[in-house]
Structure formats: structure tokens, C-alpha cells
Design a protein around this ligand. Structure first.
Ligand code: EPU
Length: 430
């Protein structure tokens, strides 16, 4: 298992280029299962979750050919046939987003067998809404040996209301409904940019989807979809993480190829705590936006509550907590999306942070000086917050289990090194 060794206390300076969004690339890859024609995707981030999904597609009998491009990878998929409609436990346990094959497989091939994901480091994370929605679309659902089986002899359009807003739930049902007979209306749907990006791809493939990005998505089913070419949107969470890294080290970074519109809540919060972010001349949709971030010498504590998009993202909560350890005053961080997403708080406390967790609320009292320590990553975003802690701390921080961060951040240690951080990967074999 790899570790990161970070020597803290160096302000970050320079330019960093943001990769494609992992959480948009994953559903886009599974959307290719909806057609027998070629789907070409650009700006795919080089992260482990994408490799895991490629292994799953290969298990299903579908090739996903990868080519290196200037910005991210190009992946070409042609799902002519299906050898085996199974998403096995070994892959689903590594990555819950494997469940995104369910909707496309049932819609196109009439069958899917997917391992139930089970619990996760950040919460229970059931998939009941994915299954309820598929049942409403006419699939029959059964369970055996830890797997869910979905079968259908053609799906039918329906109205489905999400009791809880679910990102991948919305994506799964939206994909399934593209090939259903008639109109499907998804109510209380997720509005995340990744959902919109998936709808854009599906529409390029011949689907008829309106309202993605609003709480009501309307999908008119078609008999078949065709091939398409699509560029994945920038990763708003990676961008937010680098903005925070600049702020916490008192540095100045130019963050390129991001989409400022997807970061509204994060930028507003950074502004209120004293982090100045200005938007440079725009380079258009493909070149993305350039943001210049500069921290004021003094940060002030502000409460935050995570919410579904367009609210403050749960995927930025851990990084924000680390930032708040360096702000003057106390603040309350309330996590409303996942019930157990404060694992990083205890590790930050080991570095000297003053944080009290009570259920879904954490009180951070600052400013505390952090000191380097041996700490352990528990999930993807928690790992990012610990890297930020290491950058801000005095002395050396050794972070164990950084495979979590490799799931969703492309070469984070290289990107940080380029802007002046002292961070090294220590591999088991070293
Ligand atoms: N939920 C249910 N039933 C369901 C589905 C969800 O009760 O059938 C609940 C969950 O337990 C949770 C809430 O609904 O309390 C929201 O979960 P959601 O389904 O939206 O999460 P997800 O789709 O599994 C995606 C991202 C996560 C991100 C969340 C919230 C992908 C592949 N993953 O997960 O990303 O935190 O939305 O924005 O898109 C990450 O990148 O680190 C990450 C965890």
C-alpha cells in the first residue's frame, strides 16, 4: 500500500490543470452499453475508478480502448454484444459506481446481475431507489447470494419520484428510460452537473431528454440509440480541492480548465472565509475557465451545511474542514448527505486540530497550528483533506492508505509538486 510523505509549510505557487470529472466519466462509460455503435469519450481522468470500470466492462465482454491525449484519455467503446450480464462482487466492492451498469444492461439486454454494494466508509448508501425506479419501469427484481437480478422484456415509460435525491440513482434511471416505451418523468431528480453531462451525451446518442439540471427530467423513449463523441466536463471537486490547497498554504495558484459555473457554492464560501478567487479571461467550453486563487493572510471561520447541487457539495466537506482548522474562530460543519462522513476529523485532531463531532455536526475551533503526524486515509475525499492538512502542517506527515486518493485524483502528488509542494509517494516496493 502506497503512502504519501509530505513536508508542510510551503505556499503553493504556479499553474495547475484540472482533469475530467470522475463522476461524469463513470456514467458516460456505462451509457455506451446502450448502443451497439461506437461511443468516443474525451477528457477521461486517469484515475483508478475508471480502470475499475474498464475491468467491469471487459468482464461484460465489452472492449474499452484507451488512447492518451493532451488532456486526459480518450476511450472508445463499442458494445456490440454482451457475454455476461454480471457485475461481480470483487469489482463492486472496490467501487459502488459499478451499479451504474444496471440501468443500461436491463434497458438494452433485458437482464443484469449486480452484486449488492454493501456498506461503505461514509454511510450505509443503499440502492433501493435505483431498484424501485427500475421496477416502476417494468423490470422484475430479485435477490440471491448477495446479488440483485433485474429482468425485463422491454421497459415502459413511467413517473418516478425520488424520496431522497440520488445522483447515480437519477443517472441509472435516466439511462434506462432512454430505451423504454413511452415517456418517463423523474421527479425530485439530482441536478448535479454530472447528471447534465450524461444527458448531453445521451442526447448526442439520439435520446430525447429534457430538464436535466432541474428537479424534473422528462425522457421520451426511443427504440435504439446510436454512436456519439463527447468531452467530459472538468472535475469541480478536484478544482475545489486545489483552490483550498492554495488557500490553506497562503499561496497563489492559477487553476486552469475548470468550470466556474459548477463551483458557485464553493467559491461563495471561499469568498466569505477570506479566499479571493478571480476568474481570468475565458477560453470557452473546451479550454474551460481559468481561476486565480489568492488567500488573504487571515481566514475567518464560517459555518457550512452540505447540500445537493447547487448547494455546497458533500465531496468538498472534508477539505473545507481542514481549511477551517486554519481560520480564526469557531464554525459548525453540518453533513446532510451521508451519515458517517467525518472520519477525517479524528485524523486531523491527531495533527492538533480542535474538532468535536456530534452526529452529523462537527464544531471546528481555530486557528490551531497543525503538526505533522502519521495518519490514515479512510475514503477518497477524507484523503484529500489529510493531504491538505499535511501541506499546512509544520514538519512531516505520513499518510497511509493513499489508494483511496488514487481512486479519484489524477497524479495528485505530481500536480502538487509542480506548484511547489514537498510530497513524495512511498511505494511498498521502495
Ligand atoms: N440513497 C438512498 N437510496 C438510494 C440511493 C441513495 O437512500 O437508492 C441516499 C444515500 O444513502 C445518501 C443520499 O441518498 O444518503 C445521496 O446519495 P447519492 O445516491 O446521491 O450518492 P451516489 O450517487 O452514490 C454520488 C457520487 C458521490 C457523491 C454523492 C453525493 C458518483 C459516482 N458518486 O454518489 O461521490 O458524494 O453522489 O453528491 O457520482 C466521491 O466522488 O468521493 C463520491 C463519494
Amino acid at each position: 500500500m502506497d503512502k504519501f510523505l509530505i513536508t508542510g509549510g510551503r505556499p503553493l505557487e504556479g499553474r495547475v490543470v484540472i482533469s475530467g470529472a470522475k463522476n461524469a466519466a463513470l456514467p458516460a462509460l456505462t451509457a455506451a452499453l446502450l448502443t451497439d455503435q461506437r461511443v468516443v469519450l474525451h477528457n477521461i481522468p486517469r484515475v483508478r475508478d475508471i480502470s475499475t470500470l474498464r475491468s467491469l466492462l471487459e468482464d461484460l465482454g465489452v472492449d474499452a480502448a484507451v488512447t492518451h491525449e493532451a488532456h486526459g484519455n480518450r476511450i472508445e467503446i463499442e458494445a456490440r454484444r454482451l457475454l455476461n450480464p454480471v457485475a461481480p462482487y470483487e469489482l463492486v466492492k472496490q467501487m459502488r459506481a459499478s451499479v451504474l451498469v444496471l440501468g443500461p444492461l436491463v434497458a438494452r439486454f433485458g437482464q443484469a446481475r449486480v452484486s449488492l454494494p454493501g456498506g461503505c466508509a461514509i454511510g450505509v448508501r443503499p440502492i433501493n431507489l435505483h431498484l424501485k425506479g427500475l421496477e416502476k419501469l417494468g423490470a422484475s427484481i430479485s435477490f440471491d447470494h448477495g446479488y440483485v437480478n433485474a429482468r425485463a422484456n422491454g421497459l415502459r415509460g413511467t413517473n418516478f419520484h425520488f424520496d431522497t435525491i440520488s445522483v447515480t440513482g437519477t443517472e441509472n434511471l435516466m439511462m434506462a428510460a432512454t430505451l423504454a416505451d413511452g415517456v418517463t418523468v423523474l421527479e425530485n431528480a439530482a441536478r448535479e452537473p454530472e447528471v447534465q453531462d450524461l444527458a448531453d451525451l445521451l442526447n448526442k446518442m439520439g435520446a430525447i431528454i429534457e430538464g436535466a439540471g432541474t428537479p424534473e427530467i422528462r425522457i421520451r423513449g426511443v427504440s435504439r440509440l446510436h454512436g456519439a463523441e463527447h468531452t467530459i466536463i472538468p472535475d469541480r471537486i478536484e478544482a475545489g480541492t486545489f483552490l483550498t490547497a492554495a488557500a490553506i498554504t497562503g499561496g497563489e495558484l492559477v487553476v486552469e480548465r475548470c468550470n466556474a459555473e459548477h463551483l458557485t457554492a464553493v467559491l461563495a464560501k471561499l469568498d466569505s472565509v477570506g479566499v479571493q478567487v478571480v476568474r481570468d479571461a475565458d477560453k470557452g467550453p473546451n479550454g474551460g475557465h481559468t481561476l486565480i486563487v489568492k488567500a488573504r493572510s487571515k481566514l475567518s471561520a464560517h459555518d457550512v451545511t452540505t447540500q445537493e447541487y447547487p448547494g455546497f457539495p458533500t465531496d468538498m466537506q472534508a477539505q473545507y474542514m481542514t481549511l477551517m482548522t486554519q481560520a480564526e474562530g469557531s464554525c459548525v460543519i453540518t453533513e446532510t448527505i451521508f451519515e458517517n462522513r467525518f472520519m477525517h476529523a479524528l485524523e486531523l485532531a491527531r495533527m492538533g486540530a480542535d474538532i468535536t463531532v456530534n452526529g452529523r455536526r462537527a464544531v471546528v475551533r481555530g486557528k490551531t497550528s497543525l503538526s505533522g503526524a502519521k495518519i490514515q486515509a479512510s475514503d477518497l475525499r477524507a484523503s484529500a483533506s489529510l493531504v491538505l492538512g499535511g501541506l499546512a502542517a509544520e514538519g512531516e506527515t505520513l499518510i497511509d492508505r493513499v489508494y483511496h486518493i488514487d481512486r479519484g485524483y489524477e497524479r495528485i502528488e505530481e500536480k502538487l509538486t509542480q506548484v511547489g509542494a514537498k510530497i513524495a509517494r512511498i511505494s511498498e516496493s521502495d
